[in-house]
Design a protein around this ligand. Structure first.
Ligand code: G3P
Ligand code: MG
Length: 247
């Protein structure tokens, strides 16, 4: 039913490394994590890059939008120094580079499609198409594939069209009353819920509906145990130092 790893390092290395960088992936791996979540957006040249915010300034030094710069320009920007001097020199990685690293290290991926405002379908299509190319061999061999996810239903629909072979999860902050119908229409395999909005009854109903249930972002071992006891299939965490990966 849930063929994927259960515990994922959020944004690569949680809060132990600069999010969505290759350093974050190395950090996750150092803590024994062979499963990660990261965010993918489009650069100005349409190349998918791994970054969370559509605007520069918080984790990437500079100003303006991610969509103002090419992937090469973003790669040369400073995306590690904000976290600490030891991480200075980390750039914004391309999706391709992150996938290459994960495949080389046998790290499973939950690829969150994170469209910049107004770029929903375009981002869903481009990320799914790229992922389909990167995983062509695994698709042909019938192996376990990465899971795409998004808060954007337009991105999910575009991803489904572009790469129907790749399963999708629907990220929701607050579950709408007609979540079961919407999930069916979107043809997703899982709901990705904010664990703070999840109740035991809701967890049971989601599992009863035959859907996978993933939670974000679970940062205490106590809450992790509670959610797993409720039947939650998997979750991502920022606290890879407190919660063992279970792999
Ligand atoms: O995919 C789970 C989680 O990453 C969603 O929220 O804002 O951290 O991307 P955010
Ligand atoms: Mg995310």
């Amino acid at each position: 039913m849930w063929p994927y790893p259960r515990i994922l390092a959020h944004r690569g290395g949680g809060t132990l490394a600069p999010e969505n960088t290759l350093a974050a992936l190395r950090c996750g791996l150092a803590y024994g994590y062979r499963a990660v979540e990261f965010d993918v957006m489009l650069a100005a040249d349409g190349v998918p890059v791994v970054v969370h915010d559509p605007e520069l300034g918080r984790t990437v030094a500079g100003s303006g939008a991610v969509s103002d710069y090419t992937a090469a320009q973003l790669g040369a920007m400073e995306a590690g120094a904000w976290f600490g001097p030891a991480f200075a020199g980390e750039g914004v990685p391309t999706f391709e580079a992150v996938v290459a690293y994960c495949k080389a290290q046998r790290i499973w991926m939950n690829i969150e499609i994170k469209p910049a405002p107004g770029h929903d379908a375009q981002t869903g299509e481009a990320v799914a198409r790229a992922a389909r190319d990167y995983f062509a061999q695994e698709i042909a061999a019938g192996e376990i594939l990465p899971l795409l996810s998004s808060f954007s239903t337009a991105a999910l629909q575009a991803a489904r069209q572009a790469a129907p072979e790749l399963a999708r999860g629907w990220l929701v902050e607050q579950l709408p009353p007609d979540w079961a119908r919407q999930a069916r229409e979107l043809d997703v395999v899982a709901l990705h819920c904010d664990h703070q909005q999840l109740t035991h009854a809701l967890a049971l109903a989601i599992k009863e509906a035959g859907l996978g249930l993933f939670c974000y972002t679970v940062n205490t071992p106590e809450r992790a145990s509670e959610l797993l006891a409720w039947g939650v299939d998997g979750f991502c965490t920022d606290r890879i130092d407190l919660i063992p990966s279970m792999e």
